[in-house]
Design a protein around this ligand. Structure first.
Ligand code: SF4
Length: 323
């Protein structure tokens, strides 16, 4: 009932927030496809945005505000600036800094990212995302140039929204990264002045394209060839990829089963039902499920059951490797 209301509200707020055509570059453009940026600058008709994005942005901003306040409340960190506007007229870039903090007599630019538990585990395993690091480098640059504060390092602080855990990385200032980004903006501007478009850096099946507001305009005319009229070798490559993914999923499920079994055995041997282990709280519960035994039902009621069956049709894909 009120869900629809919130959905409409999200779309309206998002439309107020995103400017078509684009008027300035943003530090968050680092994560965007150059071709999509050119479309946005041109004011090309975009697909109606998904209202959920507004709530994602809004939740992120709330998290960031609260975290900066909590850091200040520790009494060990001085917040020198928060949500400070950044405006670089030379490169026509606008942005907003999460915070500039002083800790142990050193200034740090603070960039906060709130993510889900899967992203959080990935960050812990593989390190920070490249676009997050570039964004932080830009903020370091602007604090040094615009505010004339000699800041050599930034902190990329991740918060897991599901478990409220934190993980942080110190990032040293690197001017080359910033110049590379300015170079990308130049490419966008050159395309705009020539009326051309950058090559598509992704395939239509890539998640960048699937979630892109310009998917329709970007792939118009190519849809038939790319989606329907595939050559045998293209289709064969897709089948190979599908089998590969199925295989990976199977082995991941096996690993999941083994890991889960190990944990269950360890807890059962020690008679533990609930425990705090490292960063995790785990609980081993006995679940009792009651299900109708369809075999017995059929045996008992035979054809009387017929009217209760519902028929659905779907297509099953079976693939076997030949030779
Ligand atoms: S559809 Fe893909 S290639 Fe085209 S602009 Fe969007 S992200 Fe870039």
């Amino acid at each position: 009932m009120i869900t629809e209301l919130l959905k409409e509200y999200g779309v309206r707020k998002l439309n107020e927030r995103i400017k078509y055509p684009k008027e300035r570059h943003w530090p968050s453009d680092v994560a965007k496809c150059l071709r999509a940026l050119v479309y946005q600058w041109r004011g090309e008709t975009a697909q109606s945005p998904d209202g959920r994005l507004f709530f994602v942005f809004n939740d992120g901003e709330l998290h960031h505000k609260v975290i900066v306040q909590q850091l200040e409340d520790t009494g060990r960190i001085a917040v020198v600036m928060k949500e400070a506007p950044l405006r670089d007229k030379e490169h026509n870039i606008s942005g907003k800094l999460d915070a500039l903090i002083k800790f142990n007599n050193k200034h740090y630019v603070l960039e906060i990212k709130s993510i889900n538990r899967y992203g959080f585990e990935e960050i812990k395993r593989d390190g920070p995302k490249e676009d997050h690091t570039i964004q932080l480098q830009l903020y370091l640059h602007f604090v040094r140039i615009l505010y004339q504060i000699d800041t050599q390092e930034g902190i990329l602080l991740y918060k897991c929204k599901d478990t409220a855990r934190f993980y942080d990385f110190i990032v040293a200032y690197n001017e080359n990264v910033v110049q590379d980004f300015f170079g990308k903006l130049k490419v966008v501007e050159e395309h705009l002045s020539k009326g051309t478009l950058p090559e598509r850096p992704y395939e239509i099946t890539d998640w960048h394209c699937r979630y892109c507001d310009y998917k329709k305009v970007c792939w118009v005319g190519l849809a038939h060839k790319e989606i329907v009229d595939l050559s045998e070798s293209e289709l064969s490559a897709i089948i190979g990829e599908l089998l590969d993914i199925k295989e990976k999923r199977k082995s991941l499920e096996e690993v999941e089963e083994t890991l889960s079994k190990t944990i269950k055995e360890q807890l059962s041997q020690k008679n533990i039902t609930i425990a705090q282990i490292g960063d995790y709280v785990i609980e081993l519960r006995e679940i009792i499920q009651r299900r109708l035994d369809t075999q017995k039902l059929t045996e008992h009621f035979k054809e009387q059951l017929e009217p209760f069956y519902k028929t659905t049709t779907s297509k099953r894909l079976d693939i076997k490797e030949s030779g």
